[in-house]
Design a protein around this ligand. Structure first.
Ligand SMILES: [Zn+2]
Ligand SMILES: [Zn+2]
Length: 339
């Protein structure tokens, strides 16, 4: 079965961070971080529905203007999530331009500022010259986005400023076995969606599902228990999980938060600015080493580790950065310990 998400870094590992995730079955995409994105095709960027910004250091946010320019005249909506201060940062960017000829532009941007206690949302519409319209506040739960297919969760990490880590998780896939459905003698219909909803909601096995259909101009019905149908009809496959962590220090609290966020990810995209030999630099600048990134990946039991966001000091030869991360990840070199 093909994976639902197709992730790719938008730049080479020495370039600005950014992870573009295409949704294979939905024709849309999400973006994690907004560094330089001007090498991306506009047709790809226009698939974006949600953008998640870890923090607003320039290398993670300079792509905002480019994105805005591409969306500006389109009848599209975009949701942007970021750490405390993101509303001020976005409004500051918008205040740098003049907006007198955009009255007919339908584009609307909703900004969600993710605090430790609550998420505050505002809307900015091109047709009003991006005047701030309050949308509301919701308690912070760790879940930023949820649909029938997936969730995006976050954790506040310490980069001497708050920095958000993210995980995109596909919900358990529930597929119906067509041959078993034929044996049952009941045509497919809305009752199958209802069954999937009940299974996803964790309802007890003796919950009743009622199927209704028309046969020879007569309405027929049959009832089943959720447990019986799940056993006979449904194939459950664990959903895909992709995690993204950048710009954070290797301390106990961050390790605990990252491990919880990233646990069991199929692919973990993690910064590794420095080699273990330069760990003092990493600590001073609130960044991770390759060894530390791999330690996190090991503890969290991820399937694959992709390191990126390398310091320019290794530009001549990034091989040791990758080699160190993969050796620690495979257990050939010892993991790191927090100070
Ligand atoms: Zn950075
Ligand atoms: Zn940073």
């Amino acid at each position: 079965m093909k994976s639902a998400f197709v992730p790719r870094l938008v730049n080479h590992p020495f370039g600005d961070p950014g992870l573009f995730v295409a949704f294979r079955y939905e024709g849309r995409a999400m973006l994690f971080d907004l560094g330089r994105i001007d090498r991306q095709a506009a047709t790809e960027l226009l698939k974006l529905t949600h953008v998640f910004v870890s923090h607003t250091h320039m290398d993670h946010f300079i792509g905002f203007d480019h994105l805005l320019r591409i969306f500006l005249a389109r009848p599209q909506k975009l949701d942007l999530y970021g750490p405390p201060g993101i509303v001020r940062n976005v409004c500051g960017k918008l205040a740098g331009y003049t907006w007198n000829l955009v009255d007919n532009y339908p584009f609307a941007l909703t900004v969600h500022e993710v605090g430790r206690e609550q998420v505050t949302s505002i809307r900015l519409r091109a047709c009003t010259g991006f005047a701030v319209e309050p949308v509301g506040e919701t308690p912070f739960t760790g879940v930023l986005y949820e649909s029938d297919e997936c969730t995006v969760t976050t954790a506040h990490l310490d980069h001497r400023i708050p920095c958000l880590g993210f995980a995109l998780t596909e919900k358990t896939r529930l597929n119906v076995r067509p041959e078993r459905l034929a044996e049952l003698g009941v045509p497919a219909g809305r009752w199958l969606n209802q069954l999937k909803q009940l299974i996803r909601a964790g309802r007890p096995d003796d919950t009743i599902v009622r199927a209704e259909w028309t046969e020879d101009d007569r309405i027929r019905a049959a009832t089943f228990s959720v447990g019986e149908l799940r056993e006979r009809l449904i194939v459950e496959t664990r959903g895909q999980k992709i995690a993204y962590v950048v710009d954070t220090i290797f301390n106990r609290e961050n390790i605990a938060r990252i491990t919880e966020l990233v646990r069991g990810a199929d692919v973990f995209f993690c910064e590794s600015l420095f080699l273990d030999a330069d760990r003092d630099q990493a600590t001073k600048r609130y960044h991770l080493t390759a060894r530390q990134a791999a330690t996190l990946a090991r503890v969290a039991g991820v399937g694959r580790l992709e390191t990126f966001h390398f310091s320019p000091r290794y530009e001549r030869d990034p091989t040791p950065l990758r080699a160190e991360a993969q050796a620690v990840f495979r257990g050939e070199l010892p993991a790191d310990e927090p100070q």
